[in-house]
Design a protein around this ligand. Structure first.
Ligand code: RAM
Length: 367
C-alpha cells in the first residue's frame, strides 16, 4: 500500500465505523492481492432490478460533442430499460469540476455513476465515498486508478490506438520527418495512455526510427486554446510535416487553422466524422487525409448496460463476468483483465474505425 493510500485510510478511519470497516476490508483485499478497493468488487449486492433506479453519467466537460454522444447513448439505453437518467457535466475539463458534480449528484441520490475521468488519481476520494454510499461506479472513455471503480468501459485497447496513430503519422510523413502531438488536458488518463504507448513504439520499433517528435502540447479540449497551440506549432517548427490530434475538440480546431492558413502540414488523429467531414480529403487543400475514432454513442450505451448489470447484481465487475449489451456490435461483452494490472477489469468496446474520403459522408450522418 502506498503511504498516500494509507494516509487516506487513516483519515477515513476517523470518520467512524463505516470507514473503519472499509479500511479493514481494503487491507484484506490488498493483502489478498485483489488490487481493488472495498465496496468495489465481489460484493454482489445488486438490487435485482434496475427499474426505477437512478443512473448518472458525468462526461469530461460540458460542450464537448464527443461527451454529448456518450450521454445520448447512455440515456437511450437506461430509459429503454426503465431507469432514470441523471446527467450533469463539469463546466471545464478538470478533476475539481468533476468532483463538485459528483458530490452534487450524490446529494441528490443516485444508484450508479459512469464517469469519464479528467484525472487518474484526483477522483479517488469522491469515488470511495460514492462506493461507501452503495453507488455502483464505472468509468468510461478515461479511467481512474482501478481500485476506485468496478470496471472500465474502454473504447479500444491503448496499444491499438498507438499503433494506428503512429502508422498514420508514418504514412503521412513518408516515413521520416517531424511531427507533433496536440492532446487534450495534461492529466487525462486516456490521452496519456495513448501518448505513452506512442512514444514507446517510436522508441522501440525500427519502423518509426525516421520520425522526430517535436513536442506534445495541450489544447485542454477547448477550441480557443487548441487553435492557439496549432498556430504555435506551425510557427515553432517550420519543418513539421504532421500534427496528430487524438481529441475531437482539438482536431477540429487544428483542421480549421491548417485550412485557413493554406498549410501543407497534414493532420490525423481522433475526430468526429460529422465535425471533420469538410476537412477530410486527398486534395492539396484538405488538411486531413484520414483519421480515426470509435462510435461514442455505443461507448455510452456500453456504460449504460454495464451500470445496469452492476445495479441488478448480474455482474460484480470481476474479470470473466459477461453481460448482454443490446445490439452493440460485440455483445455479449466479457470483462477482461487490464493488461499488467492485478485483476482489474475492463470492457473493450471494439477497434478504431478509419474515416477517409470514401466513407466520411456516410459516417458523418451517424456521429
Ligand atoms: C476528446 C476527449 C475524449 C477522447 C476523444 C477522442 O473529446 O479527450 O476523452 O476520447 O476526444
Amino acid at each position: 500500500m502506498t503511504s498516500e493510500r494509507s494516509e487516506l485510510l487513516k483519515t477515513r478511519m476517523n470518520r467512524g465505523f463505516l470507514y473503519s470497516f472499509l479500511a479493514l476490508a481494503l487491507s484484506a483485499a490488498l493483502a489478498a492481492g485483489c488490487g481493488t478497493a472495498p465496496g468495489f468488487a465481489g460484493d454482489g449486492a445488486g438490487a435485482e432490478t434496475g427499474e426505477g433506479k437512478r443512473f448518472a453519467i458525468v462526461t469530461k466537460s460540458a460542450g464537448n460533442p464527443y461527451g454529448e454522444r456518450e450521454s445520448a447513448g447512455f440515456a437511450e439505453v437506461i430509459e429503454a430499460l426503465g431507469g432514470t437518467v441523471v446527467m450533469e457535466d463539469p463546466e471545464t475539463a478538470s478533476a475539481d469540476a468533476q468532483i463538485s458534480v459528483i458530490r452534487s449528484l450524490m446529494s441528490r441520490g443516485i444508484d450508479a455513476i459512469a464517469v469519464a475521468a479528467n484525472d487518474e488519481n484526483a477522483l479517488s476520494e469522491v469515488l470511495l465515498d460514492a462506493a461507501a454510499a452503495g453507488i455502483k461506479v464505472v468509468t468510461l472513455d478515461s479511467d481512474v486508478d482501478p481500485r476506485y471503480r468496478l470496471t472500465f468501459c474502454n473504447q479500444t485497447d491503448a496499444q491499438e490506438v498507438a499503433v494506428t496513430l503512429m502508422d498514420a503519422i508514418w504514412d503521412m510523413t513518408g516515413g521520416e520527418g517531424e511531427y507533433a502531438i496536440l492532446s487534450a488536458t495534461p492529466q487525462a488518463t486516456n490521452q496519456n495512455a495513448w501518448i505513452h504507448a506512442m512514444k514507446e513504439l517510436a522508441e522501440t520499433d525500427e519502423k518509426y526510427s525516421g520520425l522526430i517528435l517535436d513536442e506534445v502540447c495541450y489544447g485542454n479540449d477547448e477550441e480557443a486554446r487548441s487553435t492557439e497551440k496549432t498556430k504555435e506549432l506551425l510557427d515553432k517548427y517550420p519543418n513539421i510535416k504532421v500534427i496528430c490530434v487524438p481529441t475531437v475538440m482539438g482536431i477540429t480546431s487544428a483542421a480549421a487553422v491548417l485550412k485557413s492558413e493554406g498549410s501543407e502540414v497534414k493532420l490525423t488523429g481522433l475526430g468526429l466524422p460529422s465535425e471533420m467531414k469538410d476537412y477530410i480529403g486527398n486534395g492539396k487543400d484538405d488538411p486531413c487525409p484520414y483519421m480515426f475514432l470509435w462510435n461514442p454513442v455505443d461507448l455510452g450505451r456500453l456504460a449504460a448496460y454495464a451500470s445496469w448489470a452492476l445495479v441488478e447484481g448480474s455482474i460484480t465487475g470481476a474479470v470473466g463476468d459477461t453481460f448482454e449489451a443490446g445490439d452493440i456490435e460485440n455483445s455479449p461483452y466479457t470483462l477482461t483483465e487490464v493488461p499488467g494490472s492485478d485483476g482489474a477489469s475492463e470492457i473493450i468496446l471494439g477497434t478504431p474505425l478509419e474515416f477517409n474520403p470514401d466513407n466520411i459522408v456516410e459516417w458523418a450522418e451517424l456521429f
